[in-house]
Design a protein around this ligand. Structure first.
Ligand code: HEC
Length: 72
């Protein structure tokens, strides 16, 4: 607990009190595409398939034991 409190104290060093700092809290994000299974397929193919596989079955380690990238 002492270590945690010390760390939090260190994090707030030189931070002004009562000022809203950039990066704090949740920000609203823009949504470039509306939700749909077609858009989901585009996202999967461009962002996920390289690791999880085109079929979503993941990739095992070369020795066949366990997954390097798990199935989804
Ligand atoms: C650079 C490789 C990589 C990419 C790209 C990637 N993942 Fe993963 N993903 C992983 C790895 C590695 C794990 C396992 C992490 C762990 O076990 O700590 C994982 C775990 C997951 C899991 C949890 C699976 C489970 O059974 O626990 C989900 C769900 C997932 N990824 C979805 C996605 C989605 C959706 C995308 C695309 C938007 C994506 N991943 C892109 C590598 C990747």
């Amino acid at each position: 607990m002492v270590a945690l409190v010390t760390y939090m104290h260190w994090l707030s060093k030189d931070v002004p009190i009562g000022v809203e700092l950039p990066g704090r809290g949740l920000v609203s994000i823009s949504r470039p595409r509306s939700p749909s299974h077609i858009n989901g397929e585009i996202v999967y193919k461009t962002r996920c398939a390289i690791c999880h596989g085109e079929d979503g079955k993941g990739h095992k380690h070369e020795n066949g034991e366990g997954y390097m990238f798990p199935p989804l």
